[in-house]
Design a protein around this ligand. Structure first.
Ligand code: NAI
Length: 261
């Protein structure tokens, strides 16, 4: 039996991962804003500290792996870019930094971070914002999004996913992670039918943007299929997988960028 921490465990793809891990006999410490072993609001520094410490206490300082699935999609509202930035970027990197020693303690840990194909297919994501996030400066990133007006939440979403993916790839090859046996990788889903996507489809402007994105395979992805990929990335198949981004999006990324390889 291995011990995993999963954020965003109460819904969508995080919940599907938890279901598979527990069915396989593993122990999972779940983290979410409600209905979890560790109830914490990852949009605040205190919530992130609390989540980090409570997971460490629950797992006795040893983690075989972690899945960082908590996230917010774009939605209208002035506060949304900030919330997206806090949860999707800082809610991943601060927890992982806090868990690094626990992951190193097992000598063979696997981590999967939820990126998105927005990180490759969304045009105009300001590189200044991404650089600011990687430097830990949320305010500077938010300033760069403001000029997009109503498009700011979408830019914040794209920016958070580009930054978190770069963070994963940079840390993945650093000795303190890779030499400690920690395999850091990311999964980049396309449109997957979860409550997050359902909420977007219920907002006319968001729905229009989503429907305008080509999905060559047709329809939307199934959360269980994405969870199956995550489970594979938590197993021995990922021993030689370091800083990889697995795109599972029905072909959207290939449609836009077949030759960007
Ligand atoms: P979901 O909405 O079904 O689940 C997300 C979970 O994150 C929820 O349980 C929610 O309570 C939790 N969460 C949100 N804010 C939180 C906070 N402040 N503190 C603690 N927990 C919080 O979403 P879904 O679709 O399963 O998303 C999982 C991940 O996949 C997210 O990072 C999302 O950005 C990413 N993703 C989703 C896509 C989709 O089409 N559904 C496409 C690409 C990426």
């Amino acid at each position: 039996m291995a011990v995993y921490a999963v954020t965003g465990s109460a819904s969508g793809m995080g919940a599907a991962v938890v279901e598979r891990l527990t069915a396989a006999g593993h122990r999972v410490v779940t983290v979410d804003i409600a209905e979890a072993d560790v109830v914490a609001d990852l949009s605040t520094p205190e919530g992130r500290r609390d989540a980090t410490e409570k997971v460490l206490a629950a797992c006795g300082g040893r983690l075989d792996g972690a899945v960082l699935a908590a996230g917010l999609g774009p939605a209208p509202g002035r506060e949304r870019p900030s919330l997206i930035t806090q949860v999707n970027y800082f809610g991943v990197v601060e927890l992982l930094q806090g868990w690094r020693e626990a992951l190193a303690a097992t000598g063979d840990a696997k981590v999967v971070v939820f990126s998105s194909n927005s990180s490759t297919t969304m045009p105009l994501v300001p590189s200044r914002a991404v650089a600011a996030l990687l430097a830990g400066d949320a305010e500077r990133a938010l300033k760069a999004y403001r000029m997009f007006g109503k498009g700011a939440p979408a830019m914040a979403y794209g920016g958070s996913k580009v930054a978190v993916t770069r963070w994963v790839r940079r840390r993945a090859v650093e000795p303190e992670w890779v030499r400690a046996g920690i395999r850091l990788n990311a999964i980049a889903p396309g449109a997957v039918l979860t409550p997050l996507l359902e909420r977007q489809l219920a907002t006319p402007e968001e729905a229009k943007a989503i429907r305008s994105f080509p999905v060559p395979a047709g329809g939307y992805g199934d959360p269980g299929l994405l969870a199956d990929w995550v489970i594979h990335m938590l197993g021995p198949a990922a021993d030689f997988m370091v800083g990889s981004v697995v795109v599972v999006d029905g072909g959207t990324d290939a449609w836009f960028r077949a030759d960007d390889w």
